[in-house]
Design a protein around this ligand. Sequence first.
Ligand code: AMP
Length: 124
Amino acid sequence: MAYDTDNIFAKVIRGEIPNNTVYEDEFILAFHDIAPAAPVHVLVIPKGAYVSFDDFAHNAGSKGIGYFFTMVRHIAHELGLEESGYRLITNHGENASQSVPHFHVHILGGTPLGGLLPGDVLTR
Ligand code: AMP
């Protein structure tokens, strides 16, 4: 899948859409999700053009991948979630309901988050 330079998060990175920033540097941006699914719901994105985790893990290189996830941990700690716990989610593609085609990791916390998936999503 080719990267769409007009996706919402590309516009956020370019400053064309406002965001509630938690952390920003040369390589990554973290901001509050516009429709929080938990008391703490922050999105972390690389500034590079990657469609999803699948694209990022294949093309960002070990240094870029390592930096990204080191910073995800750092941001989770800055959000005060280390003790109480947090969940990371990243959706790739249709079956995962990825809605924005720019790689992002959700950091969720601030309350017990329950089981892995809501309801009876899995059929065994
Ligand atoms: P996903 O379904 O994994 O692609 O997640 C996309 C997330 O982006 C959803 O949780 C949305 O609520 C969130 N979102 C969409 N537009 C914005 C925006 N402009 N600012 C912050 N979060 C957004």
